[in-house]
Design a binder for this molecule. Structure first.
Ligand SMILES: CCCCCCCCCC(=O)SCCNC(=O)CCNC(=O)[C@H](O)C(C)(C)COP(=O)(O)OP(=O)(O)OC[C@H]1O[C@@H](n2cnc3c(N)ncnc32)[C@H](O)[C@@H]1OP(=O)(O)O
Length: 153
């Protein structure tokens, strides 16, 4: 299986870089229309209850999965394979999450994302998070394209 994150170079992100030793290492697939990510939380990812997932982790997973989806779609729109040629880099402009149900920590968490809008610099990504087919959270993320040098000090 090919994952978006494994095709992106120079990515140090806490949520999605394969090379950040302390990160979440999320893995997302892209089929040309939607992206999927499976994530199994650890017991320490719990909220106030040990049975449910911490909302900040949910936000983090949705953030990275959605931005990676925007990046994958942008490569596709330019007729390039993900990671091919000049780097396409997006960052999170805004993230609006509705926590609909407590998310069982037993997981696995299934994130699914697709674009509702794809402009020159701005993409809007809709993302859901489900466990065992039950919708636990939904989100809208605005991803903004930035130069690949965006993170340089
Ligand atoms: C290989 C790489 C792999 C990378 C994966 C990394 C995943 C990382 C996910 C993250 O966590 S990124 C870190 C969290 N995000 C940030 O730190 C972003 C900080 N903010 C900025 O750097 C700038 O504010 C930003 C680049 C988002 C926008 O500044 P600009 O001056 O370039 O925006 P501009 O004013 O030109 O607006 C461009 C469009 O974006 C829209 N926009 C700008 N900021 C927005 C915002 N905050 N929310 C919603 N929309 C926004 C704006 O309305 C406009 O839309 P329209 O084209 O429709 O008019």
């Amino acid at each position: 299986m090919t994952f978006i994150q494994d095709q992106l170079a120079d990515n140090h992100c806490f949520g999605c870089s394969p090379d950040n030793p302390h990160g979440h290492h999320i893995k997302s697939t892209w089929d040309g229309e939607r992206s999927i990510c499976h994530f199994s939380p650890k017991p320490w990812h719990c909220a106030g209850s040990p049975h449910y997932v911490y909302g900040g982790l949910i936000a983090s997973l949705i953030d990275c999965h959605s931005v990676c989806t925007a990046i994958a779609e942008a490569y596709q729109r330019e007729g390039r394979a993900i990671g091919e040629g000049e780097t396409i880099f997006y960052v999170t402009g805004s993230l609006n999450i509705s926590y609909l149900k407590a998310t069982p920590i037993a997981g696995p968490l299934v994130l699914e994302a697709r674009l509702s809008e794809a402009g020159r610099r701005k993409s809007v990504v809709l993302c859901t998070l489900s466990v065992n087919g039950e919708l636990c959270a939904k989100a809208e993320l605005v991803a903004i394209r930035v130069p690949a040098s965006w993170g340089e000090a």
